[in-house]
Structures are given as structure tokens and as C-alpha cells.
Design a protein around this ligand. Structure first.
Ligand code: 5GP
Length: 210
């Protein structure tokens, strides 16, 4: 992808499962409807409230592997025993159209996107403590005990990667975390790549009056 042609912002948000990431990213999309959400593909089972094509595109392992081998994904990873991946072409198209795109992906995927989309803003949401993360995972009530413990132990591995992200949001208080995420996005929109042609147009006004 030629970075000079791109004017959309790629906002990558990572967090261990249970950190409040889904709540925060949904709120971002609600407040800024111009956001495009990158709908990932996954091989995990849909949760009761999830819709195919909206939350994820749910695929069999065989179909996921077929697409992966055909170069369909911008990044992919195996997380908690299931495959997850970001479709490449759909992402490229959105960014090239100037749409801001939100990526809710794991750290392995984020490190791939850091290379495939060099201007991506990488935000990591951290839990305030291990105990609080465990409490939130259990109160969700959607996971089996085995899955909860697997997610809790995976969190340590994921958190160990947080150091190379651009920004950290420690989600102790949800409202505060939301204000921080909102501010981070607004700051990202002030990038000159969002205003292709503006400066030339402005300077031209001087040329016209000279
Ligand atoms: P969940 O199963 O709870 O929806 O997601 C589990 C983990 O997979 C989360 O950390 C989520 O960010 C990650 N994930 C979701 N979609 C993608 C994707 O397209 N690529 C990668 N690498 N991870 C993803």
C-alpha cells in the first residue's frame, strides 16, 4: 500500500480478553459513526448475541486455512485455540477511501499490522490488576471455567507485549478510560494525512493574492 495515498486512520486496539475493550470500541464507533469496523474472520463458535458478518465472519477451520493460504488476510493469528484474521482487500479499500478503521485484534496480529500498515496507531488497554481482570472475566458469564482460566493465563503473555504500543489506557474506571480513548482518536484525526490538499489550497490563497 502506498502510504501517501492513504488518508484513513488505522486504529489498532489490543487488550487481554475481559479488559473492557469491546465496550470501549463499541462506544467509539457509536460516537464517531464515520468509523469503519474491520470485521474479522474467526473459527470460534458465535456467542448467542453475535451476528455473522457484523461481529465476525464465522468460518470453518478448513475455509479459514484455504483463505489464509490464498493470501486473503492482512494478518492472522491463533488465539485461545481458534483462528482470527483481518481481510486484506476490504481493509485496504476502506483506508484508501479515507475511512478510519478500527482493528480489535490480538497482539500477534497487531505486530503484523504494524508492518503491513506503517502509520497505524497502536493502543493497548490494560487491566488495573490481575484480580480485577479475573473478576471481570467471571462476571461476563459467557465463558466456561476452562476458557476463563485459559484467557487469564494468556493475559500475562499478551501484556508482556504492551511495551511497543504507542499509547496505554489503564481501564480502572470505564468512564475515564473512555475519555482517554476518545482523546487519543481525536488527536489521531489531527494528522496531516487526513487533510490531503488542504495546505496546498491554503498556500494557493497567498499565490492568488500576491
Ligand atoms: P473474542 O473471541 O473474545 O471475540 O476475541 C478473542 C481475541 O481475538 C481478542 O483479543 C480479539 O482482539 C482477537 N481478535 C479478534 N479478531 C481478530 C483478528 O482479526 N486478528 C487477530 N489477530 N486477533 C483478533
Amino acid at each position: 500500500m502506498n502510504p501517501h495515498l492513504r488518508s484513513g486512520i488505522a486504529l489498532v486496539i489490543c487488550a487481554p480478553s475481559g479488559t473492557g475493550k469491546t465496550t470501549l470500541t463499541r462506544r467509539l464507533i457509536e460516537e464517531f459513526p464515520r468509523f469503519a469496523f474491520s470485521v474479522s474472520c474467526t473459527t470460534r463458535e458465535p456467542r448467542p448475541n453475535e451476528k455473522n458478518g457484523e461481529d465476525y465472519e464465522f468460518l470453518s477451520r478448513q475455509e479459514f486455512e484455504r483463505r489464509r493460504d490464498a493470501g486473503f488476510f492482512a494478518e492472522w493469528a491463533e488465539v485461545h485455540g481458534n483462528y482470527y484474521g483481518t481481510p486484506l482487500e476490504a481493509t485496504r479499500r476502506l483506508l484508501a477511501e479515507g475511512r478510519d478503521v478500527l482493528f480489535d485484534i490480538d497482539v500477534q496480529g497487531a505486530s503484523q499490522l504494524r508492518r503491513t500498515i506503517p502509520g497505524a496507531r497502536l493502543i493497548y488497554i490494560l487491566p488495573p490488576s490481575r484480580a480485577e481482570l479475573e473478576r471481570r472475566l467471571r462476571s461476563r458469564g459467557t465463558e466456561s471455567e476452562e476458557s476463563t482460566l485459559r484467557r487469564l493465563s494468556a493475559a500475562a503473555t499478551e501484556l508482556a507485549q504492551a511495551h511497543w504500543f504507542n499509547l496505554w489506557i489503564i481501564n480502572d474506571d470505564l468512564e475515564e478510560a473512555w475519555q482517554e480513548l476518545r482523546a487519543a482518536y481525536i488527536a489521531a484525526t489531527l494528522s496531516p494525512v487526513r487533510r490531503p490538499g488542504f495546505l496546498n489550497g491554503l498556500l494557493k490563497e497567498w499565490g492568488d493574492t500576491a
